[in-house]
Design a binder for this molecule. Structure first.
Ligand code: CO8
Length: 260
């Protein structure tokens, strides 16, 4: 599958979605958001896709933010709609993906670009990555989940520093504060991300999906994450993947998971 703004390539279970708008440093306009959302949705239905990687085209930017030129003339209602639609259609959908999603941050990840990476389950950055939420420098605030997901990932103090200073952190600082999981040279980024994806892929697809749900349940309003974990844990015992995983261990062989 391939279209103009999202390049899609499937390699033995790993789907890489590349945002291809290099002339605007891969900035998220409405068309990118809708095409990326469509690709993520489609990937949920494709049994041959096990892990999804999101990255940006070129060697300079992952995504340099929401498209400033597109939203510059918006009023309050349009701004609210843009944030709500984006969050519902894309950012929440990525976070709730049944298949793990990894961000391969290959350069600038700013504003909506960092928010996109924050919605992914794991972030791997290249050494040239520069990350930040510069919205307040434009007179707005993060609108694609940044005020919520950044503190969840790096803690409230560091999140306040990043959001209020509008400054950028480099890859090394991002690693130190837990913003990214790993930092590698740009030339190794694709390979390292692929290795991480394949490590995840060896596991039960059903259990991966359930583990994602269990982790996220702790962030849902009114849900007790520990109780949700108990329920999800118990339900795992009725899956084919549980039978296969435990039998394979006992028989000293590799499991052949079906995801059921
Ligand atoms: N939107 C639109 N165009 C952009 C963006 C962007 N976010 N970023 C870069 N571009 C364009 C530039 O305008 C330029 O185009 P042109 O050649 O036509 O002038 C081209 O990409 C190349 O960029 P630069 O020439 O600026 O490249 P530099 O290497 O000089 O600088 C930077 C790179 C530092 C990344 C610089 O481009 C920059 O500061 N970009 C903007 C970063 C930013 O502020 N991002 C946050 C945007 S706000 C946001 O994301 C809000 C999210 C929440 C919205 C929720 C809904 C309301």
């Amino acid at each position: 599958m391939s279209d103009s703004l999202i390049q899609s390539s499937l390699n033995k279970g790993v789907l890489t979605l590349t945002i291809a708008r290099p002339e605007a440093l891969n900035a998220l306009n409405a068309a990118v958001i809708s095409q990326l959302a469509e690709s993520i949705e489609e990937a949920q239905k494709q049994p041959e896709v096990h892990v999804i990687i999101i990255t940006g085209s070129g060697e300079k930017a992952f995504v340099a933010g929401a498209d400033i030129k597109e939203f510059a003339g918006f009023n309050a209602q349009q701004g609210r709609q843009m944030a709500q639609r984006g969050q519902e259609d894309l950012f929440n959908r990525i976070e709730r993906s049944a298949k793990p999603v990894i961000a391969a941050i290959n350069g600038f990840a700013l504003g909506g670009g960092l928010e996109l990476a924050l919605a992914c389950h794991v972030r791997i950055a290249s050494e040239n990555a520069r990350m930040g939420l510069p919205e307040v420098s434009l007179g707005v605030i993060p609108g694609y989940g940044g005020t919520q997901r950044l503190p969840q990932i790096v803690g409230k103090g560091k999140a306040f520093e990043m959001i209020l200073s509008a400054g950028m952190v480099n890859a090394e600082d991002g690693l130190a504060c837990g913003l990214v999981n790993q930092v590698v040279p740009l030339k190794s980024l694709a390979e390292t991300t692929d290795t991480m994806a394949r490590k995840m892929m060896k596991n039960s697809p059903r259990a991966l999906q359930t583990a994602i749900k269990a982790v996220l349940s702790g962030y849902e309003e009114g849900v007790n994450g520990f109780n949700a974990e108990i329920a999800y844990f118990g339900a795992s015992f009725e899956t084919d993947d549980f039978q296969e995983g435990t039998q394979a261990f006992i028989e000293k062989r590799k499991p052949q998971f079906t995801g059921k």
